[in-house]
Design a protein around this ligand. Structure first.
Ligand code: PMP
Length: 294
């Protein structure tokens, strides 16, 4: 079913509208000039995992594009929760998006209203479940993440996804599931919708997020690994080093923790630490009955 013709409701500027009616005009600034920011969240058992962190990042992404979303973090949290309740899902994907409207046309958008919408749908697994456990095959992308001086590269801004779609399509044409992008310096950065981790001698290695999204899943995985006493090293990683790693996985809200078996000509095993972190992440996202009882 196409995404614009589904049942249910979408939260749109403070009110619920029927799913198929949640439309914008073709002269929307965001459509022409990529003046939009968004989030991707997951609900498990009726609770949105790290909702407050996601809403904060949404507001922060808007500020990086020079606009203030006209709702507080608390209001955005409540709107996401109310939309989830209205949709009636226990497990679902949550997509808030904020964008500049159509009052002015042209690069300048000083008087454009900032809109906010929240759509929630069921999106079980980002990668083919059968393939996921064997590890996915990833290509090395031609496109690179821009210098933070060239673009607000830490914002979850729609414009930055132009690079991701180009990279993902090129990888898919060659039969790969995803693409690993390098940054403008040629260092390992991230995949098209997920962060990347490597395992060597029992330690985790992951690139420092200085020009790409510092994923909320990434931070969760670092926390889970450290709780198990696993050393986590955030550093610059060169593509020439890929051959020295034993395991690799990617992580993100949609992808969760997904093992990687290949990146271009490099091979990895789905090892114990990767499997442990997949399980730990799965346990971590479930709603806790009572924190006080723990
Ligand atoms: N990098 C990119 C490009 C992404 O789209 C995502 C998914 N939002 C991530 C990393 C992972 O971020 P998070 O764990 O916050 O979902």
């Amino acid at each position: 079913q196409p995404f614009d013709q589904r049942d249910g409701v979408i939260w749109f500027d403070g009110a619920f509208v029927p799913w198929a009616d949640a439309k914008v005009h073709v002269l929307t600034h965001a459509l022409h000039y990529a003046s939009a920011v968004f989030e991707g969240e997951r609900a498990y058992g009726g609770r949105i995992f790290k909702l407050d962190e996601h809403s904060r990042r949404l507001v922060e992404s808007g500020k990086l594009l020079g606009f203030d979303i006209p709702y507080s973090v608390a209001e955005i949290n409540r709107a996401c929760e109310e939309t989830l309740a209205r949709q009636g899902f226990q497990d679902a994907y949550v997509r808030p998006i904020a964008w500049r409207g159509s009052e002015m046309m042209g690069v300048s958008a000083q008087n454009n209203r900032i809109h906010l919408a929240i759509a929630i749908w069921q999106w079980p697994s980002y990668f083919d479940p059968a393939q996921r456990l064997k590890g996915i095959r990833v290509d090395l992308a031609e496109w690179r993440r821009p210098d933070p001086k060239t673009a607000p590269s830490r914002a979850k801004a729609t414009g930055l996804y132009m690079i991701c779609t180009l990279s993902k399509h090129a990888a898919e044409r060659k039969g790969y599931a995803d693409a690993l992008m390098l940054d403008w310096r040629g260092q390992v950065a991230e995949c098209t919708g997920a962060n990347v981790f490597f395992v060597k001698d029992g330690a985790l290695h992951t690139p420092t997020p200085d020009c790409f999204l510092d994923g909320i899943t990434r931070r969760t995985v670092i926390d889970l690994a450290r709780r198990r006493g696993v050393e986590v090293i955030e550093r610059a990683i060169q593509p020439e080093e890929l051959g020295s790693f034993e395991q690799c996985f990617i992580c993100g809200t949609a992808a969760e923790v997904t093992p990687v078996s290949e990146i271009a000509d490099w091979r990895f095993t789905v090892g114990d630490l990767t499997k442990t972190l997949m399980e730990d992440y799965h346990a971590e996202v479930q709603p806790k009955a009572s924190v006080a009882a723990a």
